[in-house]
Design a protein around this ligand. Structure first.
Ligand code: AMP
Length: 187
């Protein structure tokens, strides 16, 4: 039986999984986590409720922890805390859910995450961004607004997740997505 321990995840992340009460990886996690830990790109398809969020969140958090430990070349701490992972979602409800999951899985680490979506005042979001965050979970429209105002810079991004990409395309986010991706490092 495959166990989370087989993934060789960062021990702080493994502790959080234990605290969540997860006993073993779901099929989408068993298939996605190993290639993502190797740094590969991945296109995953699974029904809702099958553990999709952890399938991408755990490897992303692991890499951010490893980069932090190794003080990776891209991470210049004198510039504050750059955004290193971005998760885009079609709706604010999904963004909020994904944020809750990231907070749970990173509870034993010092990584910071924030959620950004439209339809509410941008001021608290800008304030949080100024204080520094490793991970941003966002809907495309508000993120682009904040990028255009200079509140979000993506030049240090290492990880990009398009959650429910099919729905984002159905909702007409393709132009926003292209603009956002064009501001991220090519690799
Ligand atoms: P998701 O598909 O990511 O929305 O996850 C659906 C639900 O499954 C959430 O309540 C998760 O906390 C839970 N979950 C995710 N991975 C596991 C796992 N390996 N074992 C048990 N529950 C899990």
């Amino acid at each position: 039986m495959l166990d989370f321990k087989n993934f060789n995840l960062n021990s702080n992340i493994l502790n959080a999984i234990k605290k969540q009460g997860y006993k073993k990886p779901t099929p989408i996690q068993a298939q996605s986590v190993p290639p993502l830990l190797k740094g590969n790109d991945l296109l995953g398809i699974a029904q809702t409720g099958t553990g999709k969020t952890a399938a991408f969140a755990l490897p992303v958090l692991h890499h951010l922890m490893e980069e932090r430990d190794a003080a990776g070349p891209r991470v210049d701490r004198s510039q504050g805390r750059p955004i290193r992972a971005l998760v885009l979602t079609p709706t604010r409800e999904l963004a909020t859910q994904v944020h809750v999951s990231f907070k749970a899985y990173s509870r034993c680490t010092k990584l910071r995450s924030t959620v950004i979506y439209g339809g509410v005042s941008q001021n608290p979001q800008v304030k949080f961004l100024r204080s520094g965050t490793d991970i941003v979970i966002a809907t495309p429209g508000r993120l682009l607004d904040l990028m255009n105002q200079g509140h979000v810079r993506l030049q240090d991004l290492s990880w990009l997740v398009l959650d429910e990409a099919d729905q984002m395309l159905d909702m007409g986010f393709i132009h926003d997505l292209k603009k956002i991706v064009s501001q991220a490092p090519e690799d």
